[in-house]
Design a binder for this molecule. Structure first.
Ligand code: PAN
Ligand code: ZN
Length: 195
């Protein structure tokens, strides 16, 4: 069979790709950040244990594919986060945690590898916690601050997608804390304590 060709559309490779084993992103428009213990003062409860640890210890890495300018309404971003295993005085390594600068913007997280806990905090102070594991899917509602702790003994990898006009507000969590901490409980398993 023959087609009347008006115009051919060239078939191209997309500008970014995800390695489905490591969830490492490759391509263009990638933004990367790395947080070491020394970048995270004041987020862990045990300041003495924190002071005794090597500030160069890597806690987590983030890669974000940002194909539109930050602040663009209607766009989307895609990211992966890898949190190393470890604790500060029995409190699991975790992300700084934030709400979105445009607080009414939601987000998806999904578990790729390892074990973790997603802490969720509403402006009214309600705290929820969801277990993260390979394949878990987490809808982070608008107006909900979020933080992730790695409760396993291997790196925790999770993916995220959020609106390009969401932005990040770290100040609130930095000054008020999250209201809950993920710690090694008496039985050696993760426990969430309200503080
Ligand atoms: C994620 C987070 C990432 C790192 O991409 O930014 O996991 O956590 P912190 O930003 O709290 O350090 C996300 O929630 N973006 O909106
Ligand atoms: Zn977010």
């Amino acid at each position: 069979m023959e087609f009347d060709v008006i115009q051919r559309v060239s078939l191209i490779d997309p500008p970014a790709a995800v390695n489905l084993h490591t969830w490492h992103l490759e391509g263009t428009n990638l933004v990367e950040s790395l947080k070491r213990l020394g970048d995270l003062p004041g987020i862990f409860r045990d300041a003495r244990a924190f002071a005794l640890m090597d500030p160069d210890t890597v806690v987590y890495r983030v890669q974000a594919y940002m194909p539109t300018t930050e602040g663009t309404e209607g766009g989307l971003y895609f990211g992966t986060t890898v949190i190393e295993p470890g604790t500060v005085g029995g409190e699991y390594f975790m992300t700084r945690g934030h709400s979105h600068a445009r607080a009414d913007r939601a987000e998806f997280y999904w578990g790729v590898k390892g074990q973790g806990v997603l802490l969720l905090l509403t402006p009214g102070g309600t705290i929820r916690a969801e277990r993260i594991s390979a394949g878990s899917l987490h809808y982070i509602d608008a107006n909900t601050a979020h933080r992730v702790a790695n409760t396993g003994d291997e790196p925790l990898i999770f993916g995220a997608s959020w609106p390009s006009d969401a932005g990040h507000n770290y100040a609130e969590i930095a000054s008020q804390g999250f209201g809950a901490r993920v710690v090694i409980g008496a039985s050696g398993t993760p426990e969430i304590i309200v503080v």
